[in-house]
Design a protein around this ligand. Sequence first.
Ligand code: 26A
Length: 343
Amino acid sequence: MAKFEGLLMGMGNPLLDISATVGQDLLDKYEVKLDTAILAEDKHQPLFKELMEKYSPSFIAGGATQNSIRVAQWMLKDKAGQTAFMGCVGNDDYGKTLNECASKDGVLVHYMKDEKTPTGTCAALIKDGERALVTNLDAANNFKPSHLDTDKAKEIIESAKFYYIAGFFLTVSPEALAIVGDHCVANNKVLGLNLSAPFIVEFFGPKVKDALEYADFVFSNESEAEAYGKVNNLGSDLKEIALKICEGPKKNSKRSRTVIFTQGSKSTIVAHDGKVTEYAVEPLAKDKLVDTNGAGDAFVGGFLSKLIQDKPMEECVKAGHWAAKFIIQTSGTTLATKCDYEG
Ligand code: 26A
């Protein structure tokens, strides 16, 4: 395996998305709402079988953090090998597919392998361009901090300058997040987190609070931001909520925090040093929308691709908007052979 001399490391849940266009009947049957992301309960298990048997789904590499890292690498074009990703997969075909897909995109993949558990899957139910995500974490849930002690992981952690972990990973290993976070604090490196889903904010509150102390960048969409405001009694004004998150406790006092809220086709809110800036989004014609699955991850990927090149905020947001617009015109996080972003 090549030596990692890149800039950006991600750690998260590698998942294979099982994506299909469905009717309201299937959503109702499994009590799943559009625009949500949840962990599968027992009642959702037959859904996976039903999708395979009746819906001819597509299998697409997924997992929120892995999507962002793949997009970041793709946006970096000829600068291959700038990104690395860690997570846990099973010793099976789905795990191999994920490895091949991310490697082909130029990401250095260093998976932990769980011999006894299948690779995680996410049912992506698409209706009218919106999506509902139901996840069986399986092997992804068995990531252990001990993986960070492997020589390859140490090399990646030491070399990288930027780190990104979606909040979804708080359901798996807050300990591993803290190890990476402590490394960032000790070396004044940059860590980005994502609130990921309302259920993370609602049911993992203390873990989110601890993780945020490490965050130099916090990404979220409007529904997660609203949930955060509600749970923490910060009101419902998104700009106020963004400023409050900026001001929250922070372990590395050498950098001030930036908070970024995307709002679909509405303008993106960026809060930093007591100031809020809004960046308009160029809307996509409705007939061009395929599905919104991966839009938020792609925004982060585009944003990070510029951040790690020390570009100004405006350029980071512009690249994020472009990547999100690209991804909502494809099924899940499916990338073109070449990225033609010219920013
Ligand atoms: C812990 N959970 C629920 C999850 C996820 C997840 N990635 C990590 N952890 N639930 C859904 N996803 C991924 O989100 C992407 C879209 O933003 C899906 O795999 C999908 O590719």
